[in-house]
Design a protein around this ligand. Structure first.
Ligand code: AR6
Length: 164
């Protein structure tokens, strides 16, 4: 099942929320900062033991003070114009997150629009990739796309409705 909601991902009651992290996995701004604030300092402690992650990789931790039981830290690509493998790297970030959720027996997962903030990936081009990867897992997982603006939610809804 695929859903689109508008709001703050840190408030969602799901098995895992995905963090749009950077390769250090040690926090940052945007949704990463919000997740670390919501989870509390124990999250950073666990992240320090992960040893970072490469672009396209994902690693799982506990959710600590968040409602979500887990955080999946996924590293999306920085947008350099689209000719440096950005689409493939973004697809891997989604796929590796979904794979981790399935391997851990999770039933629900929520994604922010990975790479579309500080990393500059155009939302119109990122969204079809997110949706395509979600289709591979929608039979076994409840997949929530949590958008931080009405505009982003409308992009997801439009692209999903075009498929129907
Ligand atoms: N809930 C849901 N979505 C959010 C929230 C929130 N609380 N806050 C922001 N967004 P970004 P990136 C949206 O910049 O582009 C960090 O410093 C935001 O509006 O958080 O992957 C990391 O440490 C946008 O749509 O992530 C990295 O260094 C989306 O989340 C770098 O930014 C992603 O924006 C990663 O950049």
């Amino acid at each position: 099942m695929i859903e689109v909601v508008e709001g703050d991902i840190t408030l969602l009651d799901v098995d895992a929320i995905v963090n749009a992290a950077n390769p250090s996995l040690l926090g940052g701004g945007g949704v990463d900062g919000a997740i670390h604030r919501g989870a509390g300092p124990e999250l950073l402690e666990e992240c320090r033991r992960l040893g970072g992650a490469e672009t396209g990789e994902a690693k799982i931790t506990r959710g600590y003070k968040l409602k979500a039981r887990h955080v999946i830290h996924a590293v999306g690509p920085v947008w350099y114009g689209g000719h440096r493998g950005e689409a493939q790297a973004l697809a891997r970030a989604y796929r590796n997150s979904l794979k981790l959720a399935a391997e851990h027996g999770l039933k629900s997962i929520a994604f922010p629009a990975i790479s579309t903030g500080a990393y500059g990936y155009p939302i119109e081009q990122a969204t079809p990739i997110a949706i395509r990867e979600a289709h591979g897992y929608e039979a076994s997982l409840r997949i929530v796309f949590c958008c931080f603006s009405r505009h982003d939610a409308d992009v997801y809804r439009r692209i999903l409705s075009l498929e129907a």
